[in-house]
Design a protein around this ligand. Structure first.
Ligand SMILES: *[C@@H]1O[C@H](CO)[C@@H](O)[C@H](O)[C@H]1NC(C)=O
Ligand SMILES: *[C@@H]1O[C@H](CO)[C@@H](O)[C@H](O)[C@H]1NC(C)=O
Ligand SMILES: *[C@@H]1O[C@H](CO)[C@@H](O)[C@H](O)[C@H]1NC(C)=O
Ligand SMILES: *[C@@H]1O[C@H](CO)[C@@H](O)[C@H](O)[C@H]1NC(C)=O
Ligand SMILES: *[C@@H]1O[C@H](CO)[C@@H](O)[C@H](O)[C@H]1NC(C)=O
Ligand SMILES: *[C@@H]1O[C@H](CO)[C@@H](O)[C@H](O)[C@H]1NC(C)=O
Length: 289
């Protein structure tokens, strides 16, 4: 992927809407798993895409409607719009030319250090880039394992740029939507989705399908049991077997047979045929049931 097309992807990906002069990060509450990994580019600048209020700006939600009660709830720190990636996505940091002369780098920090901005000295192992960054740099995939990661600006002249918002919360999610490595997502009978607060992608099955991978067909939804019988799905791997529990006067696999034997004129508009010594079936004339 060329730098140019990566930057273009950024423009599409990090589209921001500015409300009353504040940045509100644009995002979908629920994302669907993409089959292809995607590059994301984060502009490392305090001039754009910095949100402050946790819910309304950074996560683009109404405070009143969120049932969440986490300690982050009242958090109001300037930060780069938090990012959610799929496992395997690539991440690029694009530094602003005016900062490049400072000699900037990013450091992998704990949540506390993310909130308070790093103050202590850092080990070489915590630096995201081997050398100071200029222009567009890819974050090594080793930093983007499943989970939430916090990257903060590390600057020789103190934590100023971090407190101005140069800190990033990146959550990487994996999917649990494939029964086998090359199987279709959700067996082709559902969508592989993740809500913002969920830690992974899971199947949401279309109607008539169930199971972790939507691999089970709910045969009862086809209404195979007649005459007001109740249908029970038998928990079998194939998932397409069922059992009808018939009302007293009916019998047979689908409760279509009537208990008793054929008598003259038992079936009003149709023919009567004995199925077993105890049951018969009315074969109705056209237009009658
Ligand atoms: C938040 O509330 C406003 C006004 O009450 C409403 O217009 C908007 O659609 C809501 N947004 C969400 C994400 O629910
Ligand atoms: C990043 O920092 C966190 C918190 O200090 C630590 O738990 C994690 O292992 C670090 N990540 C890597 C890849 O070293
Ligand atoms: C980071 O983002 C995750 C969701 O991806 C969220 O649950 C968490 O509260 C955020 N952390 C902070 C400190 O904002
Ligand atoms: C079907 O069963 C329901 C509840 O078991 C009952 O209320 C209803 O009257 C029955 N309908 C017929 C046609 O037997
Ligand atoms: C019961 O219904 C199923 C599905 O409609 C059908 O395949 C099967 O042949 C029926 N069984 C009998 C005994 O009629
Ligand atoms: C009933 O039986 C008659 C004579 O055998 C036949 O012509 C007719 O098609 C049958 N009707 C049905 C609904 O099976």
């Amino acid at each position: 992927m060329s730098t140019k097309s990566a930057v273009h992807t950024l423009v599409c990906f990090l589209q921001l809407c500015v409300v009353n002069g504040q940045t509100t990060c644009e995002r979908q509450m629920t994302a669907e798993w993409r089959l292809q990994p995607k590059p994301s580019v984060v502009k490392w600048t305090p001039r754009e895409n910095i949100c402050s209020d946790f819910y309304t700006e950074c996560w683009n939600m109404n405070k009143s409607i969120t049932g969440e009660t986490s300690e982050e709830q009242n958090l109001s720190i300037p930060q780069i719009c938090p990012l959610q990636l799929q496992l395997g996505d690539t991440l690029f940091i694009s530094s602003e030319p005016s900062f490049q002369s400072y000699g900037m780098n990013l450091v992998n920090v704990s949540k506390e250090e993310f909130i308070n901005c790093p103050k202590a000295a850092f080990l070489q192992e915590q630096l995201i880039f081997v050398c100071q960054i200029k222009g567009l740099h890819q974050v090594d995939p080793n930093w983007l394992g499943v989970g939430t990661h916090y990257f903060a600006e590390l600057h020789k002249r103190g934590p100023l740029l971090c407190t101005m918002g140069l800190r990033l919360n990146v959550t990487v999610k994996q999917q649990f939507c494939q029964q086998a490595p090359n199987a279709p997502l959700c067996s082709g009978h559902g969508k592989c989705l993740s809500h913002v607060w969920e830690k992974a992608y899971h199947c949401h099955c279309f109607s008539q399908y169930s199971g972790r991978f939507c691999q089970k067909f709910d045969v009862c939804s086809t209404k195979p049991c007649h005459n007001n019988a109740s249908c029970t799905q038998k928990s079998q791997l194939s998932g397409d077997s069922y059992e009808c529990t018939c009302p007293p006067q009916f019998s047979g696999e689908n409760c279509t047979e009537i208990v008793g034997q054929c008598q003259p004129r038992t079936c009003f508009n149709g023919n009567c045929s004995n199925v077993t010594p105890n049951t018969f079936l009315c074969e109705c004339d056209k237009g009658f049931t």
